[in-house]
Write a protein that binds this ligand. Structure first.
Ligand code: AP5
Ligand code: MG
Length: 189
């Protein structure tokens, strides 16, 4: 089973994905976490990633696909996957389709998490106080939201034409949102 979490910065993808993977016995593939791990290692690539990520820009499809493919090679395709923050461009979605269709597989479900913009701002502020992520400044978050609208939101229509997208309200407590997600994944509503 291949599930994708779509949604703007700080909507709650990582929070919910961490809980869902336990419930679904799935692998959590967060490209943000994977790229943050690469940038921690001293290398030219790490420096390039730091520059892009701290400016709120997307990392190149090539680098992201390299990281995702090598992880999928290790896990194998006979597993449940929850993609968090990937794909983020049409090119990444097409590359994922190619990987899966080569084994007669396909993306099963896309969850679009939605909250009003003010909730994003409030959640980023809260996280900035707790975690100090370098890309959580108000300017960088605004840039990340713009890039989400331009480059990632078109994926809702891309997958929507296959009838596999569910829109889920991300407002409420973590438990409330989790219950909504379980209901959508298990009963389709
Ligand atoms: P990434 O790490 O994926 O960041 P993001 O998509 O911008 O999303 P966030 O991780 O900021 O938010 P989230 O939705 O996971 O929310 P969270 O659960 O933390 O990407 C970072 C960067 O890496 C990108 O900008 C780009 O440079 C690069 N990158 C990554 N993937 C890429 C790709 N595929 N292609 C190219 N570049 C890529 O929640 C946020 C806060 O709210 C937390 O403090 C949490 O505790 C709190 N919270 C969550 N739910 C609730 C709730 N229900 N009520 C109250 N508080 C809540
Ligand atoms: Mg996250």
């Amino acid at each position: 089973m291949f599930i994708i979490f779509l949604g703007p910065p700080a909507v709650g993808k990582g929070t919910q994905a961490s809980r869902l993977v336990a419930h679904l016995s799935a692998h959590h593939l967060s490209t943000g976490d994977m790229l943050r791990q690469v940038r921690r290692e001293p290398s030219e690539l790490g420096e390039r990633l730091a520059e892009l990520m701290d400016a709120g820009k997307l990392v190149s499809d090539e680098v992201v696909l390299d990281v995702v493919k090598s992880r999928m090679d290790v896990i194998g395709l006979d597993a449940n996957y929850l993609f968090d923050g990937f794909p983020r461009t049409i090119a990444q979605a097409e590359a994922l389709d190619a990987i899966l269709s080569a084994s007669d597989l396909a993306v099963n479900h896309v969850i679009e998490l939605v909250v009003p913009d003010q909730v994003l701002v409030d959640r980023v502020k809260k996280r900035a106080a707790l975690e100090s992520r370098a890309d959580d400044t108000p300017e960088t978050v605004a840039k990340r939201v713009d890039i989400y609208r331009e480059q990632t939101e078109p994926l809702v229509a891309f997958y929507g034409s296959r009838g596999i997208v569910s829109k889920v309200d991300g407002v409420g407590t973590v438990d409330e949102v989790f219950d909504r997600l379980i209901s959508v994944l298990e009963t389709g509503s």
